[in-house]
Design a protein around this ligand. Structure first.
Ligand code: ADP
Ligand code: ZN
Length: 731
């Protein structure tokens, strides 16, 4: 069927809305008609809601009763490519279409006429009286030719208060004008000179650019040790996409990372790209959304949901640190931005670059199978060499109770302090202590709403639940037995480790880096810059530091507990530990001084620890792949996690049991159901959670079977069901 592209006034159109309905609704096309894909406002009961014209109306009811589309919004209609993409993601993740549309329209006031703001230019009149401040303002305006400034920009450039500018406006020496806020982004120039590349880098760039020029879909795994120049290399692929007039998207896992990255983009292309992340203002989000659709944002740097922006001609998606778990969205629509990037690119003929020093087993396996091209950068740029990795066998260390820095690690840190170099002590646990125990009755303080222990945050002087975020003051008496003064912290978190480091190295300057210690991304960024400039002898950090920051003076990484994530119930525990340890170790020795990484472990002979230490990555992956293949788990089998939750545990289990009994649609594809069982975290925010796991052979149509399996369910009351295809975490 050739899709009808335009509907005349009064013709019935099917509109997909953002409201949770299981179908499209019919409306009459408004005056002037509308295009397929048009963003529209439609009446729904007493309300006006956002929708997209999805096709011809279904009809089958009294036409006289049909209501009209209220208006067509002044934004580019949704392209066919995007409609297809949303539909496929919906099918893949078993998400209803309205939720997909909400994900694709996460910018408020999309259809509003662009709001205006004041801008300032050089006026024609002379001010009656000149002051130094006034002279500076006029000089700035003259220096920049015809350029307009916002009030804040102009005052800052000239180093004056805004009242000085306003005074000049009154005199006519500065002109004030209204200008639309949603301005196009400044042009990026791909032909500005880039850095001179090494032979390795140049070879990788040549391959990527050739792929880019082909104009066809293709995915490349760009694997390179930390500091090998992956970013430099993929920026050249971005340049090629821009030269071809296509748009590029760079996905990054952490907001904190973007600051350094934006500066690099600006250095390479002469202007900053558009940014899309949760920290952006509403106005900024709307500007990005609109400009991307009009092709007036050439490059977007963003978090995972940027993948759902309405690009006019997306030619390249880079997924940096592609193994990062934050690419998997775990509430609302459960999607993996990495996998959906590949899907989107295959629909619109774009290239994908998956960059990582420690790729996910999924991507490694796809490269092995020839589905992805693989490019390796094997050496660090310049003089930097990879750190030497060594275990510290904790069974042989003399430890005082309540301490975690072994004598061997202590000595290594001392050496660095003497040489004026930095050390990083890594522990992947926020707060002061993971457990607060009553020494009288043995009670461990738990959250009232979750099946989780409260974590002491001494910095905040509170206990916090890491599941629901609930906090409460540290009690003096045990909430269970009422005995006073017996509550004691057990185990280390980052704050407690910092305390130990302060006591052990009183002469050292110590900096803590943990996501919860900074009020804003900006404060965190400032701290990171201070540290990079050398303003700390010892950095104590959580996972946050593993991600891409450059600390040139850092030559020692001490991992406090390398065994910590080794024994999760998670099928990816080994992979995660391997990636995390190698990423963290990669922080050492980035500049001209060689680095060392010391891993405190009770099991130096554990195969994963041995693989980390030996650096035999291919060996590790092959062994891990063989294990997963034998167990039939991802990426060699398919999995889905089903979580049922409700205020009472009984009814939730009843549904779970009924599902397990009625598993015919799953058996039809040779899939197995495990459970129901209490989820590893059996209660969150007062809701009891029961989990079923579905395991199916690779290539089995698991979504289809699950859809048929859950379709007959009638969930009563407050019971909810979520499906997570290819789950990344099992909680
Ligand atoms: P990765 O992304 O692999 O960690 P980067 O691209 O961040 O590596 O490179 C590491 C450091 O080396 C950066 O400071 C980068 O600017 C620098 N660098 C890499 N390649 C070159 C090059 N060819 N010329 C100059 N500097 C380079
Ligand atoms: Zn809680």
């Amino acid at each position: 069927m050739s899709a009808q592209e335009y509907f005349d006034q009064g013709e019935l159109v099917a509109v997909l809305t953002t409201q949770p309905l299981d179908r499209t609704l019919d409306y009459k096309a408004p005056e002037g008609g509308c295009f397929l894909g048009a963003f529209v406002e439609v009446p729904l009961g007493p309300r006006k809601v956002l929708g997209v014209v999805w096709g011809p109306g279904q009809g089958g009811f009294d036409l006289a009763k049909a209501r009209s589309v209220i208006r067509v919004l002044e934004v580019a209609p949704m392209r066919e490519e995007m409609r297809l993409f949303l539909g496929k993601v919906a099918d893949y993740t078993l998400t209803p279409m309205p939720a997909m549309l909400r994900l694709a329209t996460r910018a408020p006031g999309l259809g509003d006429p662009p709001s205006m703001r004041k801008i300032y230019r050089l006026g024609s009149a002379e001010p009656d009286r000149m002051t130094d401040a006034r002279t500076r303002v006029l000089e700035v305006l003259r220096d920049y030719g015809g350029l307009a400034f916002t009030l804040k920009e102009l005052a800052e450039q000239a180093g004056v208060t805004s009242s000085v500018v306003k005074g000049l406006v009154k005199q006519g020496a500065v002109r004030e004008e209204d200008s639309p806020r949603d301005l196009p982004y400044p042009r990026l120039d791909p032909d500005l000179p880039g850095k001179a590349l090494t032979d390795d880098q140049a070879a990788a760039v040549a391959r990527l650019q050739a792929g880019q020029r082909s104009g066809d879909y293709g995915t490349t795994l760009l694997k390179g040790v930390t500091g090998s120049g992956k970013t430099e290399v993929y920026l050249e692929a971005v340049a090629e996409a821009l030269r071809m007039g296509r748009q590029a998207l760079v996905l990054l896992p952490e907001i904190a990372l973007t600051a350094e990255f934006l500066t690099r983009v600006e250095a390479r292309f002469g202007a900053r790209p558009a940014e899309w992340h949760s920290g952006a203002t509403m106005t900024e989000r709307r500007r990005v959304w609109r400009m991307v659709g009009q092709g007036e944002a050439q490059l977007v740097v963003g978090a995972r949901s940027a993948l759902f922006l309405p690009f006019r001609d997306l030619g390249l998606v880079v997924v940096d640190e592609e193994h990062d778990t934050s690419y998997k969205q775990e509430d609302g629509v459960h999607y993996s931005a990495r996998d959906m990037a590949v899907l989107r690119a295959s629909i619109c003929g774009a290239r994908v670059i998956l960059a990582s020093a420690t790729p996910s087993l999924e991507s490694w396996a796809n490269a092995e199978a020839g589905k992805y091209e693989r490019l390796d950068l094997t050496s660090r740029f310049g003089a930097a060499v990879l750190p030497e990795m060594k275990p510290i066998d904790m069974r042989a260390e003399q430890m005082q109770p309540g301490t975690w820095i072994s004598p061997s690690l202590r000595q290594a840190v001392r050496q660095r302090i003497e040489r004026g170099e930095q050390s990083l002590l890594f522990i992947n646990r926020r707060g002061y202590a993971p457990v607060t125990l009553c020494r009288a009755c043995g009670e461990q303080i738990a959250c009232d709403h979750c099946d989780a222990r409260m974590v002491e945050h001494r910095f905040l002087k509170r206990l916090m639940c890491h599941q629901c975020g609930e906090t409460k003051p540290m009690p003096d008496t045990c909430p269970s037995c009422g005995v006073e003064g017996k509550l004691a912290p057990v185990g280390p978190g980052i704050e407690r480790l910092a305390e130990e480091a302060e006591a052990t190295f009183p002469e050292a300057k110590i900096a803590m880096l943990s996501s919860d210690l900074f009020g804003s991304a900006r404060a965190l960024k400032a701290k990171i810059e201070e540290i990079a400039e050398g303003d700390a002898d010892i950095v104590i950090g959580t996972q946050l530091v593993a991600k891409g920051h450059n600390f040139p003076k850092l030559t020692l990484v001490g991992v406090i507990d390398a065994d910590l994530s080794l024994h999760g119930a998670d099928l990816r525990a080994a992979e995660r530990t391997f990636q995390l340890m190698r990423q963290v170790a990669g922080r050492a020795g980035r500049a001209d001084k060689p680095g060392q990484a010391l891993l405190q472990t009770f099991q130096p002979e554990h195969p994963v620890i041995r693989a980390i230490l030996s650096g035999d990555e291919e060996g590790f992956w092959k062994a891990e792949a063989a294990g997963r293949q034998a167990a039939g788990v991802p990426p060699y089998g398919r999995m889905a996690g089903i979580v049922l939750s409700g205020p009472e545990v009984g009814p939730v289990f009843d549904i779970g049991n009924a599902m397990a009994r009625n598993d015919a649609p799953l058996r039809a594809i040779d899939a197995q159901v495990f459970g129901p069982a209490p989820a590893p975290i059996a209660r969150i925010r007062g809701r009891h959670r029961v989990r079923l796991l579905v395991k199916a052979p690779k290539g089995a149509p698991i979504q289809d079977a699950i859809a048929r399996w859950i379709a007959p369910l009638r969930l009563k009351g407050d019971i909810r069901l979520t499906v997570d295809i290819d789950p990344q975490s099992f909680y």
